[in-house]
Design a protein around this ligand. Structure first.
Ligand code: TEU
Length: 543
């Protein structure tokens, strides 16, 4: 393939540093902890680490509220540690992808501290200020973390915009000085040799607050083209935009190579399938597997050559997929592997979220006092005030809350799962004695070894990276089957998305050849009478 980019053949591993590995006993993960685990990541076979924010932050939103983009959060370590991480990872051919959070800063960022000093301050226009309307908020924009997106500033009698917490004021991207500050900061990191950027809610930076336009504003793509030209365009890096609500058409605007914007985006269409229409993420509905198949197949085929998919089930904002759409009890191992096989043999760049590769699960809470996440806590208070029943809110939190994925990584069966010798900042899931990295490494049939093998398959088989995708439609709803085809070779991937066994008759599919990977041992694959076990998944080359 001409023009092949390293990130097209890559597998990315997301680290949420606060929860990954503590090295100094303060109960908070840190950079040294990551450095100490590079051997493990090398063994897994990943190409790059997406590092959730490690910058200086008062942690109103665990680092997504940055008070200095060029300093490291003291709990995580120092800039020397960061340089060492970049360097030591590079020795293992692992690149570090930074989280770029530039829709907003912390309210403790010096720019905001200045801006707040008054209407004439030179930094005032770095943020978005509006006069009251009829003695109240300028308009009805809402914060993702509950309540109005406008916060009143007593001193100046104006409101400032915050699409997330009130401690995350939105930057004013219409101000060219703000954009220049961002480019300079990105170049600072590029000069350190980072492997790229994951761009937090980048679809919001072209907002027009007065028209209540937040996502996909008219200048968004102009800004990204400027960014590309002024910063990473000269470097061989991966850039991935977080774009809630993107359609394939929109995704192509970002990732068509001819447009010189980003490598790819995270789209969330599949992620929203268990949410009620018109509701919020907390308003649940059961997943319809046939919808999931349609959505994923659409993304597989529609980007064509004018874009590139990112593939993921999990991140630090989402519940664990095995608990969400699989079975985290009886069939935990099987269903964890099913999700892995299904996703990693699709076209695109797979992302693994820490702990996914060892089959970690959600951790239900009983009381809101156990929650740490600002989104969860704010929603709880808002819904209590609106009269929702406490049990219903707690149920939604246990299904969808962000703390589920943020519990510390379970390394071994020692106290706190080997995450820390101190008091962990967030409860460790008590199932760590059974589910941990060490146990996974020892067991050749573990979830870990399935992920390791999938990564290896991608490295050694161009069909996984480049093959065409075709969904099999004439199968029962709960069975997800697709073909990959490349240079005369065909693979068939099968997943039984159900706790029930089932039998299929698919004589037209042809003859199975080499068995590639699966989550059950099986003697053969007979398409005339294909018996699938609960959550069974496998890939086979067709003869
Ligand atoms: O997330 C964007 C975002 O919109 C999420 O808040 C999302 O709506 C919600 O969590 C879904 O459950 C990004 C980061 O990934 C998130 O961690 C930050 O809190 C947020 O931006 C603000 O920076």
């Amino acid at each position: 393939m001409n023009n092949t980019k390293w990130w097209q053949t890559a597998v990315i591993y997301q680290i949420y540093p606060r929860s990954f590995q503590d090295s100094d006993g303060d109960g908070i993960g840190d950079l040294r902890g990551i450095i100490n685990r590079l051997d493990y990541l090398e063994q897994l076979g990943i190409t790059a680490i997406w590092l959730s924010p490690v910058y200086k932050s008062p942690n109103d939103d665990n680092g997504y509220d940055i008070s200095n983009y060029q300093e490291i959060m003291s709990e995580f370590g120092t800039m020397e540690d960061m340089d060492e991480l970049i360097e030591r990872a590079k020795l293992r051919n692992i690149r570090i992808i930074m989280d770029l959070v530039v829709n907003h800063t912390s309210d403790e960022h010096p720019w905001f501290i200045e801006a707040r000093k008054g209407k004439d301050n030179p930094y005032r226009n770095y943020y978005i200020w509006r006069d009251p309307v009829n003695g109240g908020v300028p308009n009805s924009l809402r914060s993702t973390f509950s309540g109005s997106a406008w916060e009143f500033d007593e001193a100046s009698g104006q409101y400032y915009l915050h699409l997330f917490s009130r401690r995350q004021p939105d930057l004013n991207w219409e101000n060219s000085k703000v954009r220049q500050e961002v480019w300079d900061m990105m170049n600072f990191w590029l000069d350190k040799g980072v492997g790229g950027f994951r761009m937090d809610v980048i679809d919001l930076v072209g907002k027009i607050p007065d028209q209540e336009i937040t996502g996909n504003g008219p200048k968004l793509h102009e800004y990204l083209q400027d960014m590309n030209r002024e910063t990473f365009g000269k470097h061989d890096v991966l850039t991935v935009g977080e774009t809630w609500g993107a359609t394939p058409e929109v995704a192509k605007l970002y990732s068509d190579p001819d447009r010189n914007e980003l490598s790819m985006v995270f789209q969330f269409e599949h992620i929203g399938l268990d949410q009620q229409d018109g509701g919020e993420k907390w308003d649940l509905k059961p997943l319809d597997v046939s919808e999931l198949k349609q959505v994923l197949a659409k993304w597989q085929t529609e980007l064509g050559n004018a874009g590139w998919n990112s593939l993921f089930w999990n991140n630090h904002d989402l519940p664990r997929i095995v608990s969400r759409w699989g079975d985290d009890k009886q069939y935990r191992v099987q269903s964890s592997k099913m999700f892995a096989i299904l996703l990693h043999l699709m076209k695109g760049t797979p992302y693994i979220y820490q702990g996914e590769e060892i089959g970690m699960t959600n951790y239900p809470i009983q009381e809101i006092s156990e929650a740490q996440d600002i989104e969860t806590i704010n929603m709880y208070q808002e819904r209590i005030a609106e009269g929702y029943a406490k049990e219903d809110i707690i149920h939604s939190i246990n299904v969808k809350g962000r703390d589920n994925a943020r519990t510390p990584v379970q390394w071994d069966h020692s106290p706190n799962g080997g995450f820390t010798t101190g008091e962990p900042w967030l409860h460790v899931n008590p199932n760590y004695k059974e589910i941990n990295m060490e146990a996974n490494l020892k067991d050749p049939d573990s979830v870990f070894h399935c992920y390791r093998k999938l990564i290896e398959l991608r490295k050694n088989n161009p069909i996984v990276v480049w093959g065409d995708f075709e969904l099999l439609t004439r199968v029962p709803d709960q069975v997800f089957m697709y073909f990959r085809r490349y240079e005369g070779e065909t693979w068939l991937v099968t997943a039984n998305f159900s706790r029930e066994a089932t039998t299929l008759e698919l004589p037209e599919t042809g003859q199975a050849g080499e068995f590639i990977i699966g989550n059950y041992t099986r003697d053969d694959v007979d398409f005339k009478q294909l018996q699938l076990q609960p959550y069974e998944a496998f890939a086979v080359k067709l003869a």
